[in-house]
Ligand binder design. Structure first.
Ligand code: NAP
Length: 468
């Protein structure tokens, strides 16, 4: 009998996906769309829970966005799909294991780190990366033990993206608004007792250059007990910006300016909390000895760069914001994986349309998707076409015969190896954790779920469920 071909029932094409956020799931879906090739997809995550930023990043009051996981459940139903949670790349499985056990690897690990401001005392206690705060309120096991001093009156949020808006909205929410979400209990408790009444959102450029989206901006005006403060003078656009807008028409940007205009003119309702937008300001230093006492600011002006973009540059006008709490919401940054090529400057895996490159040469059989491929931009849906592109690169290499290996161990062999190294969690076990969390949410009084926030709690709940 002739040898079976790679991609057949007998010798399936084995692909490891490292990371189980949206980009990983869309990659699995794109791989399984090809009907003439049998593809076994094994997805790994260092947590027992899948979904990456949908669980640990998307704001807890955005349950509708989180419902995208129903589509991931359907992707996971494919008979050739397996999930192995609680398996950390670099610890339980290393790069050499994956190259030995799979024909191809797709890195879908996102961007875990925060970008730095690069100002004096950037890291004084009281100054936090937004990723820490977001992870903390979302009950991510890495951040559950963090503490945030919410006893002062004012907080500063640096950045004008959607993460800055999320942070400001969560800080301005009432206890009832927080309770209605799946926010971790420790965060609901701490934020319900918060004394913060003034949240300053600081943009280094003007309102026309803001990176947030109109839906997220509008939601600030729907909060139960918060006023949104925009100075009408800040909406008067400079000549450079007007010329730039004319040359680059953008309906979404026009809408953002319209909503900011509404905030500037609607009468404030003397709410308990205020979200204050400030434009054309940059932090210059964090002031304080043992912890943040104030934030040094400089006023910026805009100028047109040679490439046509509008940038900011500092003037000699300085200011000082009295605050003990600063959140840096200035973008995320990818971190290197052991044994995998990494571009330190860009914070991504070097790649061409998803094919990993190392020192200018392709790493045959290695691919990437999502934020670790293109940087931290776009919404959840952006990852779909991005994953299709990466899957196409992988299939091109498959069709060219580049993924052939003399001997690739089966899934059974991999599972035996894994069982020696980790208490791995299957998709069915994750679904049990999910059901338990939802039941706890109902019992806690009409909450979408009550999260387990440590790996021990999750494994303990699984053990208890299998005993009973
Ligand atoms: P982002 O959209 O890239 O915004 C980063 C912001 O930080 C920009 O306003 C940027 O200003 C500013 N910034 C960067 N460096 C700075 C510095 N040194 N000093 C002062 N400001 C600085 O990043 P993000 O908010 O982290 O969001 C990441 C992605 O996730 C985005 O695509 C976002 O839309 C998405 N997201 C979506 C949702 C949602 O759909 N609800 C929620 C959260 C996040 P410049 O423009 O001047 O560089």
């Amino acid at each position: 009998m002739a040898d079976a071909a790679l991609g057949s029932e007998r010798i399936p094409l084995r692909v490891a996906i490292v990371g189980s956020g949206p980009s990983g799931f869309y990659a699995a879906e794109a791989l399984h769309k090809r009907e003439d090739v049998v593809v076994q997809v094994d997805m790994f995550d260092r947590l027992p829970t899948p979904f990456g930023l949908v669980r640990g990043g998307v704001a807890p009051d955005h349950q509708k966005i989180k419902s995208v996981t129903k589509a991931y459940d359907r992707i996971a139903e494919h008979p050739e799909f397996r999930f192995y949670g609680n398996v950390e790349f670099g610890r339980d499985l290393v790069h050499e294991d994956l190259t030995a056990y799979y024909h191809a690897i797709i890195y879908a690990v996102g961007s875990r780190g925060d970008r730095r401001l690069g100002i004096p005392k950037d890291y004084l206690p009281g100054s936090h990366g937004a990723a820490e705060f977001v992870g903390w309120y979302n009950g991510h096991p890495d951040f559950r033990r963090l503490g945030f001093d919410l006893s002062g009156g004012t907080a500063a949020v640096v950045g004008n993206g959607n993460v800055a808006i999320d942070v400001a909205r969560i800080l301005a929410s009432t206890p009832a608004e927080l309770h209605a979400t799946d926010m971790a209990d420790h965060a609901v408790e701490a934020l319900s007792a918060s004394r913060i009444t003034e949240i300053h959102v600081l943009g280094r450029r003007g309102p026309a250059q803001a990176a947030f989206t109109v839906k997220e901006l509008r939601e600030l005006g729907e909060l139960e007990d918060a006023d949104v403060v925009v100075e009408p003078a800040d909406l008067e656009l400079d000549e450079q910006t007007r010329a730039w807008m004319q040359a680059n028409p953008d309906r979404s940007r026009d809408k953002i300016l319209e909503v900011l205009g509404e905030f500037a003119t609607v009468p404030r309702c003397r709410a308990s909390r205020r979200i204050v937008f400030r434009f054309l300001v940059s932090p210059t230093e964090i002031i304080g000895d043992a912890s943040v006492e104030a934030l040094g600011l400089v006023r910026n002006v805009l100028y047109r760069e040679n490439d046509g973009s509008i940038r900011s540059r500092p003037t000699d006008q300085t200011d000082r914001l009295e605050t003990g709490l600063v959140f840096r919401a200035i973008g995320y940054r990818g971190t290197a994986l052991p044994g995998v090529a990494f571009d330190e400057h860009a914070g991504v895996i070097p790649n061409v349309r998803g094919r990993v490159f190392d020192a200018g040469d392709p790493r045959v059989g290695e691919y990437c998707v999502g934020w670790i491929k293109r940087g931290p931009s776009g919404v959840i849906g952006t990852n779909k076409p991005d994953a299709v592109e990466t899957a196409a690169a992988l299939f091109d290499d498959f069709d060219a015969g580049l993924l052939e290996r003399p001997d690739t161990p089966s899934r059974e062999v991999l599972e035996r190896l894994l069982a020696e190294r980790s208490d791995f969690v299957s998709y069915e076990e994750w679904q049990l954790i999910d059901a338990l969390e939802r039941r706890r949410g109902e019992e806690a009084g009409d909450r979408p779920r009550q999260k387990f926030t440590s790996v021990e709690q999750m494994l303990g709940a699984l053990a208890e469920a299998s005993d009973s």
